[in-house]
Each structure stands twice: as structure tokens, then as C-alpha cells.
Design a protein around this ligand. Structure first.
Ligand code: UPG
Length: 472
């Protein structure tokens, strides 16, 4: 049997890693002629990479192999907070020569065996500098985009319009842009946060312009969710776009090494709550709030009168882990007493299992794309509270373009003094939890469409087959 080997290069952050590995797993499950080698990059700030990659490889019956790339000195760590996209692309670029060496060795290892052919590199969108390695070694290259088609539309827009006009970074203004692939004019205020500083903006342009150099773009979305955005991307001068989602780790195979006892406690607590009675608040792998904001959330939750599960990180963590303990004095006086029995606060929750639980009625989310897909999969409506990266654009998409979420915030204001006040939070929570609504109905409908997309004959199922066929 002729087999094809794909080499995956994920970015080490949780929001990218879990999705990319889950996609790798999905490919080998779909076709036993495919094997995958994952080149693993590690940063001091991403301690969960090992647990995550090893758990996925273990579940693959050795059809997913892992190769650790040599450790390199990371760029100055102070860039992480101020210019995360710049930091990560510098780090990835410093790994290009290692990747060239490792990929050449993998190809060489099959010299005496023509049943196996290395067919291509599948790189995270922060890793597009690795496309050069694919070209040098006559391999195909593909981008795996952990975000959505709307974000891809924005990147394509940047690569053309802004390259042509030799644009500089956006001003945070009230103006709007006509971005192909969006039904509505897009307020500048919802563009990815890095669009507003020159380091971040230059990084985005640099990434965006490489998208046209690949043989295909695999996007973790489904055409039923973003038909308008997707139609615009298919055909034309762009590389072929494959919608392959939702890629969601519903079986929880990516072990992230978090506290299992805590997870069990959360799930037991949810078991005791009435159906659709709990609002879940969770802000991805890095979302955190200032102490004054924590107080406003606490008061807002009390005012809403709903039960809640609140995943809370207080000061910005220096890395992907949320290992600070929460001190009681960050909450309003007597808060913990008053909410006993009706609220639970934790630092990390098994989000997919939580969203799947019948007790959950709504989700206050930072709008990371994985969180949105997970929430839609289980038909849980979202309240939008974007914080950084492209989350604002995602929030705009699900509120304004798709009518699938309750708007609390669409843009993220990084000024610590600009708080979301308790009454706004209480109002949004009531809105997502109270009775039946058009949004709830649409979200349930989208849950079905999302599941059908990956079932035999569904749009993403077909698209994945088309991608696999390119390798034979
Ligand atoms: O307490 C927690 C917090 C997070 N998660 C999981 O961690 C992942 C988080 O992914 P996501 O919701 O996409 O958020 P980020 O970690 O913030 O993801 C980054 O990557 C995403 C995909 O590119 C982008 O959309 C985001 O803006 C970017 O911040 C999800 O699978 C969650 O289920 C948990 O299980 N428990």
C-alpha cells in the first residue's frame, strides 16, 4: 500500500496546538494510508506542550510521531505581552534551519522505501516562514488556520489592499472598512489588536502575504457557518480553501495536564444544578482581568441572580498556565459567603465537558475561535467579551454577521480603567439565560449544522477527503 506522510508544524500555544493536533488525529482516522510527523516547538511559556502532544500521539497507534525540535533561545520575553504575534513569528523564524534539517532527514529515511512518500508540510499560520523549506525540498505546503474564514478574508484583504496602498498600522478610530467576505462594514475598532501597533501590523502583513504561496488553506470552520466568507475565498486567485471544521476535541484526548481532582469537583457540582441554570464564564488559555474588573464581574453575577461557574485568572499570567491562587480579598466584601452553593470559581475548567453539560445555559466568552466552535457544537449561546488577538473580529462575526450571540462587547479596550460595569454584565447574563430567544433558536440550529458538516457526506467531510486526495 502506498502511504503519504504529512509533516505538521503547530504553534505551541494551547489555542493553536490542541486544534492542530486534533486535525492530525482526524486525518489519520479518515484514511489509514496517512501518517503524520509533528515537529514540536517548545517555549518556556508553554509547559503543556509535552502532555498535549504525547497524549494525542498515544491515541494514534503510532501513526502520529513526534519530533522535538532543538531548543533555541526565545526572543526577549518582554515582547510576549506587548507584541505577542511579533514574538511568536520571531521564535518560529529562528527554527527554520532546524526544520530544514529535520525534514530533509525524514525524507532521506524513506530513500529505500518507495511505498512511503513525504507529501507536504501543514503549518500553523504563524509558521508560514516554513513554506520556504517545503519549496526547497519540492514538497507541497498547506496552512492550517485555527481561526475562521472571516479572519482569512481579513488577512487576504491586508495582503492586497494594504500592500498596494503601502498602508501603515490602523488608527483606533470610529471608521469602518469594506472587507470582502463580510456582509457588513467592519468597524476598525474590531480589527485584531495587533493591527494598532507597527510591530504587530508588520507581522500580520508579513504572514498574510505568504498565504498566497501555499498549495491550500485548511480552515477550522464549516461552510454552513460562514457561507458568505467562504464563497468569496473559493475560486479566484487564492490557493484552494478547505473548510475542515469544526475540529473540536470532544473526546478530550488532548490531555493538558491540569488538576483532575478539580475537574471532577466541577463536574460533580454541575451534576447537582438544574438544567440550563448555570452561566459559564471562561476566557481561553490566557484571558485575565484586573482586580477592579474582577469586582465588577462578581457584583454583576450576583445581580443577575443566575448560578455560575467562573473560570478566573487575575493578573496577566506570564505563560499559558493559570497557576496563581485566587485571594479572597479580590472579591467584594462577603461575596464568597453570599454565593455559596450557587456559584463556583476555578482557575481552569474542562471547558468542552462543561459546555456539554445540561446544567449550562449560557457562556460568557472571550471569543477565541475554539471556544466559539465548542459552544456552537453543544448549542450553548455566547455573550461576547473579546480581550485580544482576533477575538474582536470573531465577536463581530457571531453577533453582527451571524446573529448567533448576545453582544456585550465587540471591541477590547486595553485601558485598565475602562471597566465593563456590573450592570452591563448582569444585563447580558440575563439576556443569554432568560427564556427562549431567537439567538437560542439559531444556536441550536447551528449546532445541528455543525455536527452534520463533519458527518459522512457533510461539507467538511467532503472537503477533508478532497485534501487527502491531493496527497495520492
Ligand atoms: O479553563 C479553560 C480555558 C480554556 N480551555 C480550552 O482551551 C482552548 C482555548 O482556545 P480558544 O478559545 O481558541 O482561546 P485561546 O486560548 O485564547 O486561543 C488563541 O487561539 C485561537 C485560535 O487561533 C484564537 O481564536 C484566539 O484568539 C487566541 O487567543 C479551548 O479548546 C478551551 O476548551 C479549557 O479547556 N479550559
Amino acid at each position: 500500500m502506498k502511504t503519504a506522510e504529512l509533516i505538521f508544524i503547530p504553534t505551541p500555544g494551547i489555542g493553536h496546538l490542541v486544534s492542530t493536533l486534533e486535525f492530525a488525529k482526524l486525518l489519520i482516522d479518515r484514511d489509514d494510508r496517512i501518517s503524520i510527523t509533528v515537529l514540536v516547538m517548545k517555549l518556556p511559556t508553554t509547559p503543556h506542550v509535552d502532555a498535549c502532544t504525547k497524549s494525542i500521539a498515544a491515541a494514534s497507534q503510532s501513526r502520529i510521531k513526534l519530533i522535538d525540535l532543538p531548543q533555541v533561545d526565545p526572543p526577549p520575553l518582554e515582547f510576549i505581552r506587548r507584541f505577542p504575534e511579533y514574538f511568536i513569528t520571531l521564535f518560529v523564524e529562528s527554527q527554520v534551519s532546524n526544520v530544514r534539517k529535520v525534514v530533509s532527514e525524514i525524507i532521506g529515511s524513506h530513500d529505500d522505501d518507495d511505498s512511503v512518500r513525504v507529501t507536504g508540510l501543514v503549518v500553523d499560520f504563524f509558521c508560514v516562514s516554513m513554506i520556504d523549506v517545503a519549496n526547497e525540498l519540492s514538497l507541497n505546503s498547506y496552512v492550517y488556520l485555527t481561526s475562521n474564514a472571516g479572519f482569512l478574508n481579513f488577512m487576504m484583504y491586508l495582503a492586497t489592499e494594504h500592500m498596494i496602498s503601502n498602508g501603515t498600522e490602523f488608527e483606533s478610530s470610529d471608521s469602518e472598512l469594506l472587507i470582502p467576505g463580510f456582509v457588513n462594514p467592519v468597524p476598525v475598532s474590531v480589527l485584531p489588536s495587533c493591527s494598532f501597533n507597527s510591530n504587530g501590523y508588520t507581522t500580520l502583513i508579513k504572514l498574510a502575504r505568504r498565504f498566497k504561496d501555499v498549495n491550500g488553506i485548511l480552515v477550522n470552520t464549516f461552510s454552513g457557518l460562514e457561507p458568505f466568507a467562504f464563497n468569496l475565498l473559493s475560486g479566484g486567485p487564492n490557493p484552494p480553501v478547505f473548510t475542515v471544521g469544526p475540529v473540536v476535541d470532544v473526546k478530550g484526548q488532548a490531555n493538558l495536564d491540569f488538576d483532575e481532582a478539580q475537574s471532577e469537583k466541577i463536574m460533580r457540582w454541575l451534576d447537582d444544578q438544574p438544567e440550563s441554570s448555570v452561566v459559564f464564564l471562561c476566557f481561553g488559555s490566557k484571558g485575565s482581568f484586573s482586580q477592579p474588573q474582577v469586582k465588577e464581574i462578581a457584583i454583576g453575577l450576583e445581580l443577575s441572580e443566575y448560578n455560575f461557574l467562573w473560570c478566573l485568572r487575575v493578573s496577566p499570567p506570564d505563560n499559558d498556565v493559570c497557576n496563581q491562587s485566587i485571594n479572597d480579598d479580590i472579591f467584594p466584601e462577603g461575596f464568597l459567603e453570599r454565593i455559596r452553593g450557587r456559584g463556583m470559581i476555578c482557575e481552569w475548567a474542562p471547558q468542552v465537558d462543561v459546555l456539554a453539560h445540561k446544567a449550562i445555559g449560557g457562556f460568557v466568552s472571550h471569543c477565541g475561535w475554539n471556544s466559539i466552535l465548542e459552544s456552537l457544537w453543544y448549542g450553548v449561546p455566547i455573550v461576547t467579551w473579546p480581550l485580544y488577538a482576533e477575538q474582536q473580529l470573531n465577536a463581530f462575526k457571531i453577533v453582527k454577521e451571524l446573529g448567533l450571540a448576545v453582544e456585550m462587547r465587540l471591541d477590547s479596550r486595553r485601558d485598565q480603567r475602562d471597566l465593563v460595569m456590573a450592570n452591563e454584565i448582569a444585563k447580558a447574563v440575563r439576556c443569554v439565560m432568560d427564556g427562549d430567544s431567537e439567538i437560542k433558536r439559531k444556536v441550536k440550529e447551528m449546532a445541528e449544522i455543525s455536527r452534520k458538516s463533519v458527518m459522512d457526506g457533510g461539507s467538511s467531510f467532503i472537503s477533508i477527503r478532497q485534501f487527502i486526495d491531493l496527497n495520492f
